[in-house]
Design a protein around this ligand. Structure first.
Ligand code: SAM
Length: 183
């Protein structure tokens, strides 16, 4: 596969995943988060799919197409390590959809970032919300969902946010709850 083929396949997967989530996210309250504005293509797709929804954007330095620059009050500017905590203070765990596309060509750097990015974004994710990521993210309460139809395996990563583990245990039928061992 040439780099052009690979680029096109990645763009198609992004669009197919976002389109797949349209009806599901429509049923949820809360803002949408675009993590990594880049050229603004997926931001533009999100605002086309979800007119009227609040979309907050994270970007270290805006260099998007001029038509795709979010309003100042929807932009968390700077390194995500700094801007995610600011967003948590402002928005809390309310996001119906988080789309993150921060990667670079440096696989090792992406892997290292993935380790802290998932738990950091979890603080912004509403229970029952969705996370769509360009890399695998490991968060205990996120359930990986299969790729939407037509999206090759492991091309994009889709998760559903479950209730926190303590709350799930409390909600489970009594017979299925874990008992502390007798001492
Ligand atoms: N989805 C976008 C689009 O459709 O145009 C492309 C996103 S591009 C691949 C990744 C963007 O994330 C870049 O604009 C880069 O500046 C930004 N980025 C990468 N690492 C970042 C970090 N640690 N903090 C903030 N922004 C970052």
């Amino acid at each position: 596969m040439s780099r052009l083929d690979s680029f096109i396949a990645r763009m198609q997967a992004q669009r197919d995943c976002l389109n797949f989530l349209k009806d599901k996210v429509d049923r949820l309250p809360g803002p949408l988060l675009e993590v990594g504005l880049g050229n603004g293509r997926t931001y533009d797709h999100l605002r086309t799919l979800f007119p009227g929804r609040d979309i907050y954007v994270f970007e270290r330095k805006v260099a998007a197409h001029p038509d795709c620059v979010p309003p100042d009050d929807r932009l968390f500017l700077g390194e995500v390590r700094d801007s995610i905590p600011r967003a948590v203070a402002r928005l809390g765990a309310t996001a119906a959809l988080i789309h993150t596309d921060l990667g670079t060509g440096d696989h090792a750097a992406n892997m290292a970032m993935g380790k802290w990015l998932g738990p950091a974004l979890d603080l912004l994710a509403a229970t029952a919300g969705y996370v769509l990521a360009n890399q695998a993210l490991d968060v205990a309460r996120w359930q990986r969902l299969p790729e939407p139809p037509g999206v090759p395996k492991d091309r994009y990563f889709l998760y559903r946010v479950r209730p926190p583990i303590a709350r799930r245990a409390a909600q489970a039928p009594a017979g299925r709850r874990r008992r502390a061992p007798n001492r």
